[in-house]
Design a protein around this ligand. Structure first.
Ligand SMILES: *Cc1c(COP(=O)(O)O)cnc(C)c1O
Length: 363
């Protein structure tokens, strides 16, 4: 098989052992003579996968009592409406740090309008194409919840610490899920699509503290009510079995790496190596203005102004070097290297070597 250094933003590189285990389970699931996608989800073989996956989330994130871990469909984008539906009575507060944050806010406004609430934008960096995380804001104490996007996948900024909030803190962690230890008790609700760090597209993970639910007065459709899925053990309806299976294997892989402290250390080393090259290579520069905000997951960079016309050349050259997925999002341009958990130091070293080689030929 052709060897490619995968820097895709999502879906993206996953641990090879998880993919191999998936191939086996597609052929014969736990010696049942049936594929994991042929067996009923109401069997003890499948239920043990569900239970183990929840247990691995609880163990790796050190999730305290009172929280539930749910595996749902619909992607993180569907959570943009689940959250206000379940939590918004009078007012929701949002931090506008990127396209995904903005979309989540837009959905909250729709729900607020339906039931007579409001959405307060606490701060926004939209006017500077989200090239930093806004600073110096305060969280309104009369809000039902405060929503943040911890990692801004498109712009390469990240809130790397668990913030203190006087109201229920809700976080979209889609693109930095399981990339570092998280102090879960600071959050009322955490959600994310699996396809950036914890599995394939198709399963959405929600970690929710039970006592924040059931406080709204408006009606909740059954499927949108988190309590339905708590009660049903994420099997009120048929769960996305294959994505959950791969997620189970990915969790096992994370644990085998030494857990989230070890993962965080590796992620920091990979990001440092790449940012260091961007800062020192004469042909490239980073796009995030405040270095403290730089994401450890999505590294965004562009050509230095005087080499602007070389952008397409570098992309072509990177392909020759065996790299995939380096083209930046259309709203930022340039390049984006997504270096999630499964991306190795060797992948990043190969990219750095490729940038150096390009500069040697062109600078
Ligand atoms: C990718 C992404 C989403 C959208 O996820 P879907 O599962 O495709 O709906 C939402 N938020 C963030 C931060 C993302 O990176």
């Amino acid at each position: 098989m052709k060897k490619v250094h995968i820097f895709n933003a999502g879906p993206c590189k996953l641990p090879q052992p998880a993919i191999e285990a998936g191939i086996e389970a597609l052929k014969d699931f736990k010696g049942t003579g049936m594929s994991v996608i042929e067996i009923s989800h109401r069997t003890k073989e499948w239920e043990s996968i569900m239970d183990e996956t929840v247990a691995l989330w609880k163990e790796l994130y050190n999730i305290p009592e009172g929280y539930h871990v749910l595996f749902l469909g619909g992607g993180a984008s569907t959570q943009f409406c689940y959250v206000p539906f379940n939590l918004l009575s009078k007012k929701a507060a949002y931090l506008d740090t990127g396209v995904w944050a903005h979309k989540s806010m837009k959905e909250a406004k729709v729900i607020a309008e339906m039931f007579g609430g409001e959405v307060e934008v606490v701060a926004s960096s939209e006017s500077t194409t989200y090239n930093h995380i806004p600073k110096g804001w305060t969280i309104p104490t009369d809000a039902d919840y405060f929503h943040i996007t911890t990692n801004n996948t498109i712009y390469g900024t990240e809130i790397k610490e668990d913030i203190d909030s006087p109201v229920t803190l809700v976080a979209d962690m889609s693109s930095d899920f399981m990339s570092r230890p998280v102090d879960v008790k600071k959050y009322g609700l955490i959600y994310g699509g699996a396809q950036k760090n914890v599995g394939p597209a198709g399963v959405t993970v929600v970690i929710v503290r039970e006592d924040i639910l059931g406080k709204v007065n408006h009606p909740l459709p059954t499927m949108i009510d988190y309590r339905t899925h708590i009660k049903g053990g994420s099997m009120f309806n048929t769960p996305p079995v294959f994505p959950i299976f791969i997620m189970h294997e990915t969790m096992k892989w994370i644990k085998a790496q030494g857990g989230l402290e070890a993962i965080q250390k590796m992620n920091t080393e990979k990001a440092n190596l790449l940012y260091n090259e961007i800062d020192n290579n004469p042909m490239f520069k980073g796009t995030v203005i405040d270095k403290a905000d730089r994401s450890l997951m999505n590294v965004c960079f562009v050509m230095e102004d005087k080499y602007k016309e070389k952008e397409a050349d570098f992309l072509a050259f990177s392909k020759e070097c065996g790299m995939a997925g380096l083209k930046g999002h259309r709203s930022v341009g340039g390049f984006r290297a997504s270096i999630y958990n499964a991306c190795t130091m060797e992948d990043v070293q190969a990219l750095v070597a490729c940038m150096q080689e390009f500069a040697k030929k062109n600078a």
